[in-house]
Design a protein around this ligand. Structure first.
Ligand code: ISJ
Length: 325
């Protein structure tokens, strides 16, 4: 299915109130759209804030801890990519670029076990190929309104005065404002009366080794009366998500293609569920993929002219974790 057919089918199912699941890759080349009743649980498991096709209690509930050994990209290699992005930022081609990398991981658990063991707002196990446990909402559509929750700014919660420092840091504020602006612009293409309804609130994310603080905002806009019949167009218009690409979007996407060299595929794409009334979707970050018998964890962060390679490198490594139940 191509992205045009995907949008058109989604529009039709939206109008007919047919519940569906969708999964779209970052490059929008392999979109998947299924009626909820046709999702085969032996291939695809999902859990979106309580909506799930997993049995209440899995037959064998995996318990215990998870080992996750990280083999990060060498720092010099990260530095090269960072420098290439930075040159574009300094030139003014982009003012925020999300640079992502791949970390090889070794784990004693299967992707299916990790699915059951992990705790996150958006979980997806795709054909034993990849696993997502994402905290990031892409968009929610309900009662003629569209919401997005841009997330930007991460800090280790154990640092002294982490909350206060995260909220007061001028660099974090500047980057957060940039991403909120970008999302306001994106939503304004499909909605009216777009405004920021909550600004910079903190959420805690538990990982096996530490607690991370993550800052988000809420942006909301009004949709037209017939929005259900255009739900596919609305969604596709907003892709790829601004939070994992950057601004301005088209030029920044070129920079990402150049610097990252490898397609992102489903990583940083979106997936979600429409229940016949409401749509809820997540950004596919916190992502482990299987390649042959090796596992790779993909993570990234937004870079601006105020970023430094050392702390961005640390951030992409800190983001390699499994959030446990
Ligand atoms: C791309 C990722 O992160 C993105 C960048 C973030 C940031 O810069 O703070 C936060 C969440 C994501 O939108 C990732 O975590 O893999």
């Amino acid at each position: 299915m191509n992205i045009t057919t995907f949008a058109a089918t989604m529009n039709q199912w939206g109008q007919e109130k047919v519940p569906f699941l969708f999964v779209v890759d970052f490059e929008m080349q392999q979109p998947l759209l299924l009626r909820l009743k046709d999702v085969d649980a032996s291939k695809l498991l999902y859990r979106i804030q309580g909506i799930t096709n997993t049995p209440q209690a899995p037959l064998i509930t995996p318990t215990g801890s998870v080992t996750l050994e990280k083999i990060p990209l060498p720092q010099q290699e990260y530095q090269r990519k960072f420098d290439a992005v930075y040159a574009h930022l300094a030139y003014g081609d982009s003012f925020l670029t999300n640079l992502t990398v791949k970390t090889e991981v070794k784990t004693d658990r299967s992707l299916r076990d990790l699915f059951h063991l992990s705790r996150a707002r958006y979980k997806l196990l795709f054909d034993n190929r990849f696993l997502v446990f994402s905290p990031e909402i892409f968009v929610q559509i309900k009662d003629k309104k569209i919401y997005s929750f841009p997330m930007k700014g991460t800090m280790d919660a154990s640092l002294p005065q982490a909350r206060e420092r995260l909220l007061a840091d001028p660099k974090e504020i500047a980057e957060h404002v940039t991403i909120v602006d970008l999302i306001r612009n994106d939503l304004s293409q499909v909605a009216s009366g777009v405004h920021v309804s909550r600004f910079r609130y903190i959420e805690e994310i538990q990982t096996a080794s530490k607690t991370l603080l993550q800052v988000s905002s809420e942006v909301v806009g009004d949709l037209e009366e017939d929005y259900a019949a255009r739900i596919g167009d609305i969604l596709v218009r907003l892709l790829p998500p601004g939070s994992v690409s950057g601004a301005p979007k088209p030029k920044t996407l070129e920079i990402i293609r150049d610097v990252e060299q490898e397609q992102r595929g489903y990583y940083t794409g979106v997936f979600g569920v429409f229940d016949g009334e409401r749509l809820d979707s997540g950004v596919m970050i916190r992502f482990i993929e299987k390649q042959g018998d090796r596992y790779f964890y993909r993570s990234g962060g937004g870079i601006t002219t105020q970023s430094t390679a050392a702390s961005e490198y640390q951030e992409v490594i800190d983001k390699v974790y499994v959030p446990l139940t």
